[in-house]
Design a protein around this ligand. Sequence first.
Ligand code: 13P
Length: 257
Amino acid sequence: MRKPLVAGNWKMNGSSTSAKTLLDGILTQAESFSSADVALFPPAVYLRQVQEALTNSDIRWGAQNLSQFKHGAYTGEISAPMLNDFGCKYVLIGHSERRCLYAEIGLDQLVLDYIIAEKYSMATQEGITPIICIGESPEEHADGKTEEVIARLLDIVIDQNGVKALSQAVLAYEPVWAIGTGKSATPEWAQEVHSFMRERIKKHDPETAESIQILYGGSVKGDNAAPLFSMPDIDGGLIGGASLDANEFVQICMAAV
Ligand code: 13P
């Protein structure tokens, strides 16, 4: 039986003052979702603040990105050992906003996918659980290429790291057309894609396929979380905008228990 996970990706939002309000609001209601795993992903500069606030709670935290390198002359990057210094349990890898907006311009898709696989490998080597984000663009969606896109990235991660490495990871299906648009995928659509992901892993290793948490992300709100999370292959959510409001985020966490 997989435990649900609700992850709140704050993206580049907030201040230390608003982070305090948000953390206080979530912590005062934490008992209402104690049987779900919950994790927060603040901007890196607020990791210390989040660590101090959450250390004595069951809520975990993580970073929104990491470097594929361990140390060195990589201005502006943050390494896995640094994230460990801040107690990060998780790290998001391959979020579509990183892929599309910071797509290491000039790199072709395959090179980019390999960098993501290297980041994945770096996180697992350092004991940080990667949450690998995968999803098709609006154009790929319209062209019926969802499964092709998802299969490509999954296969690269499996080929490069071995399927067993997936047992230390979480997957997130985040269709780009659903992110920040208010138009969530339907529970049936998301379930179909999640099931495709699980079946693809099953071909390599049925045990890992059964145990891996697969989250859905894209316009999840308090009022649509429950039907999404009730699908058999949806093990929780990766939440953007709605994770910035304590009451709405708690409502989503409660839908996962
Ligand atoms: P929204 O929930 O704002 O659509 O964002 C989803 C997301 O990108 C989470 O990583």
